[in-house]
Structures are given as structure tokens and as C-alpha cells.
Design a protein around this ligand. Structure first.
Ligand code: HEM
Length: 235
């Protein structure tokens, strides 16, 4: 699959995932903040672009953060909540400890930029900011852009126990991965396209031709036998 096609499927899948993952999806709308914060999308895009110019890690870090948020109790930004004395939050689950700090930082910076506009202050959910930032990093890394439905509520509950069994493991076989993605309304094709995100990480370091060969090899591996090396890439 060509890189552009892959990215297209990837973003379509993300849009689809939002549709399926959120129980109140019927109430989401691209114009949700038209009155309360009309310039929201450009404010977020500007903040994300600035962060992207500082480090390319912004791309894989934000994308993975979104994925890890959505697969646990929907796209409600609960992965951003900090642990307290008597509660261990999602972000401290072993599966989330390797989430890169630049993903969190991207949302924090975009939220600060939004809140710097008096009209927008505390009007926009972090869940929507993360969804918009994810769309923006995909576009900034050469992928397509797409419309983001808005109006998610931020989750108020975040527990490590809720993460158990909800995120894919490097040891999962194809059937396990398929069921996990199916539980989130995603098909095997979605799973394969979404897993192609690893190219976003690898692209920075190796020439594109090599990435293409590597990508094709991995796609073949995924169809045949999901190896423990799938997605096991680091910036
Ligand atoms: C198919 C099942 C998947 C498995 C088993 C898996 C597992 C992993 C593992 C083990 C890592 C390395 C973590 C580390 O640094 O220690 C990783 C990295 C990553 N995963 Fe996945 N993942 C999967 C699917 C996805 C999907 C669907 C996305 C997003 C759409 C995603 C986004 C990423 C990104 C961007 C990184 C690199 C993060 C960075 O280097 O900052 N993964 N994944």
C-alpha cells in the first residue's frame, strides 16, 4: 500500500474510531465550538505546528497518546489525568509508561493556547484538543487532513485497572488483535492500516525507500503472523 493511501486509510479509520468509540457520537459536530470558540481549529493547529517544528517526536507521540486514550473508556482524555494519593491513573499503567512526554506536552501547549483566548477559556475539552492535535500531526507529517467531529466530554475517572486488557500487546496474535480492535468498532483492515503508524516513527531516521520496503515486509508479516516486533519501534 502506498504511503499516501496508507495515511488516508489511517485517518479515515481514526475518524471512524471516533464515531464508534464514543457513546454520544450522535451529538458530536464539527461546528460544536462555532459560537464559544470560533477560531479553535486554527489556534490548535498553530500550537501543534510550533511543537512539531521543535521536534518530530510530536507526531508519533500525539498519535499514540490518542490511540491509548480512545481504547480505554473512549476518547475522553482520561489518559492525561494525573495519579493522586489514593488513585493510580491510566497514565501510570505499565502499558502507558512508554508514552512519550511530547504527546502530553502537545496537548498541554494547545490547551494553553486555547485558554489564552478569554472567550475560549475552559470551554474546550481536552478530549477535543487531543482529537484535533492528532488530525494536525497527521497532516503535518505528510498525511491527509480530515474533519474532526467535536463535543466530547472529558472523563473524570482514570484508573490503571481500566487499562488492563484494553490495549494491544506485542505478544498478541492476529485473532487477539482483531478482537481488541473489533471491540472498538474497527476491522482487521483498520487494524493493519492503523498499525502502519510505525512508519511515522521510522521515517525520520532511514531513507524512504528503506521504509517502504520495511513497511511492505511488516504488512506481509501482519497478514501472515503478527510478530512481537510489530510496532516495536522507537524514535
Ligand atoms: C496493532 C497493535 C499494536 C501493538 C501491539 C502496539 C504496541 C506498541 C509498542 C510495544 C510500542 C513501543 C513502546 C515503547 O517505546 O516501549 C509501540 C509504539 C508505538 N505505537 Fe503501537 N501498538 C499497536 C498499534 C498501534 C496503533 C493502532 C497506533 C496508533 C494509531 C500505535 C501508535 C504507536 C506509535 C506512534 C508508537 C511509537 C511511539 C514513540 O516512539 O513515541 N500503535 N506500540
Amino acid at each position: 500500500m502506498g504511503r499516501l493511501n496508507l495515511l488516508l486509510v489511517w485517518s479515515l479509520s481514526l475518524t471512524l474510531s471516533l464515531y464508534y468509540l464514543h457513546p454520544i457520537s450522535a451529538q458530536l459536530s464539527p461546528n460544536h465550538y462555532a459560537k464559544t470558540c470560533p477560531n479553535l481549529e486554527s489556534i490548535v493547529r498553530q500550537a501543534v505546528t510550533k511543537k512539531f517544528q521543535q521536534t518530530f517526536v510530536t507526531v508519533p507521540a500525539t498519535l499514540r497518546l490518542f490511540f491509548h486514550d480512545c481504547f480505554v473508556q473512549g476518547c475522553d482524555a482520561s489518559v492525561l489525568i494525573a495519579s493522586t494519593g489514593n488513585n493510580q491513573a491510566e497514565k501510570d499503567h505499565p502499558d502507558n509508561l512508554s508514552l512519550a512526554g511530547d504527546g502530553f506536552d502537545t496537548v498541554i501547549k494547545a490547551k494553553a493556547a486555547v485558554d489564552a483566548i478569554p472567550q475560549c477559556r475552559n470551554k474546550v475539552s481536552c478530549a477535543d484538543i487531543l482529537a484535533l492535535a492528532t488530525r494536525d500531526v497527521i497532516a503535518l507529517s505528510g498525511g491527509p487532513s480530515y474533519t474532526v467531529e467535536l463535543g466530547r466530554f472529558d472523563g473524570l475517572v482514570s484508573r490503571t485497572s481500566d487499562v488492563n486488557g484494553r490495549l494491544p500487546q506485542p505478544t498478541n496474535n492476529l485473532n487477539q488483535l482483531n478482537s481488541l480492535f473489533a471491540a472498538n468498532g474497527l476491522t482487521q483492515t483498520d487494524m493493519i492500516a492503523l498499525s502502519g503508524n510505525l512508519r511515522a516513527t521510522v521515517c525520520k531516521w532511514v531513507p524512504f525507500a528503506f521504509v517502504h520496503v520495511l513497511g511492505s515486509l511488516l504488512e506481509w508479516l501482519i497478514f501472515d503472523n503478527v510478530s512481537s516486533h510489530l510496532c516495536y519501534c522507537k524514535v
